[in-house]
Design a protein. Structure first.
Length: 234
């Protein structure tokens, strides 16, 4: 895998998956929910928009929302383009990826439901990908993990020391990500799964414990508490 030349202009694209149905949120559109006075999606986008190397952002929304996107999104930044998402996360990412420019060095994939990612983690993941590897933001598992069958019986206890929670952003050399998404998306649990299947090394980037995913109603006050704590330390 080629590495970006250190003296060259580094061009980063971002594909944002924001087309989920929000079943565990009672059917609410998670990206449009209000968090600390702003939509969840705005919080998720802001660290990428603050990154000087990001030149384009494609946001995959549910089809009806993509046809008539909210003005707060279209006016947020000229680098943002809205596309219609697909029936699965992987298909939404594929469509967002197709909407990005061809001449990118790396592409970051991010879930709109993760509004607490920091600019520092975004930059570190980009740096890894510019070096020729994949980068996945995550954190080491701190709880004992169980391998559980469909009957909920414990089948084993894997070694926790080797386990990490894989979150987003997940950032890759652009050519590797495009090649991975050109293939079969069956069984795609995340972007790193597809890229690693093509043979690219993927490195975990420790993001700390606060990059939670807004999935259930009780996650919103937790996310707001994190934002208040960060503001208090600023």
């Amino acid at each position: 895998m080629s590495r970006a030349h250190p003296g060259a202009s580094q061009r980063v694209g971002v594909a944002v998956a924001a087309a989920g149905t929000g079943e565990r949120m009672g059917g609410a559109r998670k990206p449009f929910l209000t968090l600390a006075g702003e939509p969840v999606l705005v919080h998720a986008l802001r660290p990428f928009l603050a990154e000087r190397r990001v030149v384009a952002v494609a946001v995959a929304l549910e089809e009806a929302d993509a046809a008539s996107p909210p003005s707060w999104l279209t006016r947020l930044d000229r680098r943002i383009r809205v596309v219609a998402g697909g029936p699965t996360r992987a298909e939404s990412v594929r469509r967002a990826l197709a909407a990005l420019p061809e001449d990118l060095d790396v592409v970051a994939v991010h879930d709109a439901a993760r509004p607490l990612v920091t600019a520092e983690v975004v930059a570190r993941c980009i740096d890894v990908a510019l070096g020729g590897e994949g980068a996945v933001a995550g954190c080491p598992a701190v709880d004992t993990m169980k391998d559980v069958g469909p009957d909920r019986l414990v089948a084993g206890t894997p070694d926790r020391a080797r386990l990490w929670h894989a979150h987003t952003p997940q950032v890759f050399p652009a050519s590797a990500l495009r090649q991975a998404y050109a293939g079969d998306l069956e069984g795609a649990t995340d972007d790193a799964y597809l890229v690693a299947r093509e043979g690219l090394s993927v490195r975990m980037v420790d993001e700390g414990p606060s990059n939670l995913k807004v999935t259930r109603p009780e996650d919103l006050p937790l996310a707001e508490a994190v934002l208040r704590a960060r503001a208090g330390r600023a």
